[in-house]
Design a protein around this ligand. Structure first.
Ligand SMILES: C[S@@+](CC[C@H](N)C(=O)[O-])C[C@H]1O[C@@H](n2cnc3c(N)ncnc32)[C@H](O)[C@@H]1O
Length: 454
């Protein structure tokens, strides 16, 4: 390392890589500088804004040589909005970058050698827009819906989002209209005063049903009747309206307290030939088109013959369990959210499936209980949240020793950490398939097939 930069200094950099947060990475004699808004293969000028012991942050001053993969972002809010990070990059390049992020994590964190050939090209979308079935709209103090600005809690008002479902534009327009017309006070994060905190929209891709969840900072709202009338008039495909009472001083969008004020308790969507009912608090993959691609990969990796015992750990509303049920002997699904496990049980009936057992609890605890009952899996599927699997769970899988483990992950870093444990514990990594569930963002989904070593 040659020398530390000084704050305010102007530097010229060749951008060599992109970080998992989407910042361009330039190097000066081994010293790393992160700059937002720039792409690999660009030559730029940046002003140093922060200096740490082994890296610095710069802000873009000028692009001297532009990457051939740079494009005009289709969304006019791209520069400000915190939702997408790489809309300014050609889509096919986004897919390559996502693969590289996974390879880097597996090599660096997972210490996995010769992994390059195992990691396939990212499976992308034909039309990578309007794919999201869930939106969490914030509301600004001037009563306009929007999303958080990049790296801040400031809300930027928007009227259109390129990656949200086609429903999104009307939802924002008519909810804006309602809160402005009715003078509803807006929640302030700092003072904890005000009523209206935001809206969560869930859309069923297949049935075109919409659920709206209004998040409020009071026990009872006085405007339910007017709200229902307004929504019925202007947003006719809304089939379910909830009030979520969230009086907590927290960034967590939804509290556990939901009150249905209109319509159905759940919306119904389909993946392949199966139908799934979804409650407000249950997890459902946000990109239904790519979910089918992902689940078909699970089927391919599982190579079921109709007799296998399968554990689907972190099963959500039972989507993967039910997807595999007809080709399995028996499936055990485990999930920690009560509403989701109830949905899973209802979804089993809805799809006339009778060889799946859903259990409420933590995967790391329930797997041990199943083992104690003498129930062992031939195939274990894990699909944990971003923090990855609990160590106890990985130990239990290694002890149980199933033929195959299929690991689905939305976080390459924790995936790499856990694969290292499974690899040392007796599993070969056969194939790593990135699937683009989150186009134009730096998020990446991966599915990995692991087979027991001979
Ligand atoms: C990424 S989602 C996957 C859900 C499902 N496999 C799907 O494809 O829709 C992770 C799920 O794990 C659940 N979860 C989180 N921690 C858990 C734990 N320790 N044990 C069981 N489930 C857990 C979450 O509630 C969520 O439903």
């Amino acid at each position: 390392m040659d020398r530390l930069y000084k704050k305010g200094e102007i530097v010229t950099l060749n951008i060599e890589d992109i970080s998992s947060k989407g910042e361009g990475i330039g190097k000066y004699n081994g010293y790393t500088i992160f700059v937002e808004g720039v792409l690999p293969d660009e030559k730029i000028r940046a002003k140093i804004t922060k200096v740490k012991s082994n890296y610095a942050i710069g802000s873009l001053d000028k692009i001297i040589e532009q990457s051939k993969n740079r494009r005009t972002p289709p969304c006019v809010f791209f520069e400000d909005c915190g939702g997408c990070q790489i809309q300014n990059l050609e889509y096919k390049e986004q897919l390559k970058i996502k693969r590289k992020i996974i390879v880097d994590a597996l090599e660096r964190i997972g210490n996995l050698k010769n992994i390059q050939d195992k990691v396939k090209s990212t499976l992308g979308m034909k039309e990578p827009y309007e794919y999201r079935n869930k939106a969490q709209y914030k509301v600004s103090q001037d009563a306009t819906l929007g999303f958080y600005k990049k790296k801040s809690h400031e809300i930027i008002p928007i009227n259109h989002c390129k990656i949200q479902s086609g429903q999104s534009e009307s939802t924002m327009k008519y909810i804006n209209e309602f809160i402005q017309k009715n003078n509803i006070s807006i929640y302030n994060e700092e003072t904890h005063q005000g009523i209206f905190r935001g809206v969560v929209e869930r859309v069923s891709n297949f049935n075109n049903e919409v659920m709206l969840i209004f998040v409020v900072n009071v026990k009872k709202i006085k405007f339910s009747k007017e709200l229902i009338e307004h929504i019925k008039k202007y947003l006719p495909n809304v089939v379910s309206i909830y009030i979520n009472i969230n009086m907590n001083k927290t960034n967590v969008v939804l509290s556990k307290t939901n009150k249905l004020i209109y319509g159905k308790e759940k919306i119904t969507d389909s993946i392949g030939t199966l139908k799934y009912e979804i409650s407000p608090l249950s997890f459902f993959q946000v990109n239904p088109i790519q979910t089918k691609v992902l689940y078909d990969k699970v089927v391919e990796f599982a190579e079921l013959t109709g007799v296998e015992t399968v554990f689907d750990l972190y099963c959500g509303i039972g989507t993967i369990s039910l997807y595999l049920a007809k080709n399995s002997g028996r499936v055990y699904g485990v999930e920690v959210v009560e509403e989701a496990i109830k949905d899973a049980q209802d979804n089993m009936k809805l799809n006339n499936v009778d060889n799946v057992e859903f259990t409420l609890g933590k995967s790391e605890e329930k797997i041990v209980e199943l083992l104690k009952q003498g129930i062992k899996a031939d195939i274990v599927i894990v699909d944990p949240p971003r923090k990855g699997c609990d160590e106890k769970l990985l130990d239990a899988i290694i002890t149980m020793s199933p033929q195959k483990v299929i690991y689905i992950s939305c976080n390459p870093a924790t995936l790499a950490r856990d694969l290292k444990v499974l690899n040392v514990g007796g599993y070969n990594i056969e194939e790593v398939q990135p699937v683009d569930m989150f186009a134009h963002t730096m998020h990446v989904e991966t599915i990995v097939a692991l087979y027991k070593k001979d």
